[in-house]
Design a protein around this ligand. Structure first.
Ligand SMILES: *[C@@H]1O[C@H](CO)[C@@H](O)[C@H](O)[C@H]1NC(C)=O
Length: 387
């Protein structure tokens, strides 16, 4: 059954940008022609000259429509029950998978972010470090803790991201910092921002939320975050290359489509996902970079998206109240509607982040609940009937 599911997912997701619909690369070409103009759904569909009709029909046949309740071949995450329920952790805020395809999670130990945590100028009222190991690596099959670290390093950790070189990036909204750790290290090899001091210049963050990293390109991005609502681009050395501003209200999560050179962000309170050119191929030591940040596509009206993740051309997202659910978007499709929704009535309470396994057959959702965190595991199946 596993090889079949896996093959199914690969067939459904990976080749789609080449075989059907309008790929990200096609869209980039159009954007290059039009300049900085935002390509909207209407904009694309009015301009039929750019969209092969055959491709449209093909797409419709392949995917069906997500608002009809039919069984289609859309990859669909289905909850694995009784998994990882013995985790004794605090507020669970983030999940990623490491280079061995093991889930790595970030929780807040004995600290909780509530309305008393920060003052009006976004400073953390209680400047103390969490005594608990906050970063845990889990066994993907059993959910048991394989390894843990991160005590006395973080104040209000928010996001964990690993890269292909084995580095781990932690964003801390209380420290207003981004810290990078090489594999197995107990001290960071890179610290950006000033501890406990919020700000909006080149050397300060204000409640940063998320990192997306490309080892191949030697580039990473920081979502900054709650109060600045901007994205900063750095090279591996920590040199600031570009600040990307947008009309956003809480930039909460980042996802990189490395092959397409596209970075997407969730604008949580703006209820949209914005995607723009990442500029991974730009010179790494100059700041003359006009390309990065060019808008490619916006998915609007998608709900309050807390976390996004990418795999192939698929963009998966989790949204919070009032519409708690997971959604799947096909970035290769010119139709910018939601392709699939999942995780309904499966115990999600406050989904805060998600991650897709390297093989694409598993999705993890970090649920920040209230005091005690829960990690949900989903298996990706080709259709509901397969399961
Ligand atoms: C965190 O550490 C404190 C102090 O050692 C302990 O009392 C508490 O139970 C721990 N909390 C979690 C969620 O691990």
């Amino acid at each position: 059954m596993w090889p079949v599911l896996l093959l199914g997912l690969v067939l459904a997701l990976v080749p789609s940008s080449h075989q059907r619909g309008l790929s990200m690369l096609d869209i980039q070409d159009i954007v290059d022609q039009l300049g900085d103009e935002i390509i909207t759904h209407q904009g694309l569909s009015q301009d039929k000259g750019n969209v092969p009709i055959a491709a449209q029909q093909d797409l419709t046949q392949q995917y069906g429509s997500s608002d009809q309740n039919e069984v289609s071949d859309v990859p669909h995450p289905v909850k694995v029950h009784n998994w990882g329920e013995k985790l004794d952790i605090g507020q669970l805020v983030s999940v990623d998978v490491d280079s061995q395809d093991q889930p790595i999670i970030l929780h807040r130990g004995n600290v909780v972010w509530d309305e008393t945590s920060f003052d009006k100028s976004f400073e953390l009222k209680k400047r103390s470090l969490i005594p608990n190991d906050t970063v845990l690596t889990l066994d993907p099959d059993t959910g048991v803790v394989l390894n843990s670290w991160g005590a006395n390093l973080f104040a209000m950790p928010h996001g964990v991201t690993t890269d292909d070189d084995g580095n781990t990036y932690i964003t801390d909204a209380g420290l207003h910092q981004v810290l990078r750790f090489t594999a197995g290290a107990s001290k960071p090899d890179l610290v950006l921002g000033k501890a406990f001091i919020p700000g909006n210049d080149n050397s300060h963050f204000c409640q940063p939320t998320s990192v997306a990293a490309s080892s191949k390109a030697g580039i990473f991005f920081v979502a900054d975050g709650y109060c600045n609502s901007r994205v900063l681009k750095y090279n591996q050395d920590g040199t600031l290359l570009k600040i990307i501003n947008g009309n956003w209200n809480v930039v909460h999560s980042l996802a990189l489509f490395e092959d397409d050179d596209v970075l997407c962000l969730s604008d949580r309170e703006g209820q949209q996902i914005d995607c723009f050119k990442a500029g991974l191929d730009r010179p790494k030591h100059t700041n003359t970079d006009d390309n990065t940040g060019k808008k490619i596509v916006s998915y609007t009206g998608v709900g309050r998206i807390y976390g996004i993740a990418s795999k192939g051309t698929a963009l998966l997202a989790v949204s919070g109240k009032p519409s708690v659910r997971g959604i799947t978007i096909d970035t290769a499709s010119e139709d910018q509607s939601i392709l699939d929704q999942w995780g309904l009535n499966e115990g999600l309470t406050f989904p805060h982040d998600l991650a897709i396994s390297l093989t694409g057959d598993t999705v993890y959702v970090a649920d920040s609940g209230l005091q005690r965190g829960v990690l949900h595991k989903f298996e990706v199946v080709r259709s509901i009937e397969d399961f």
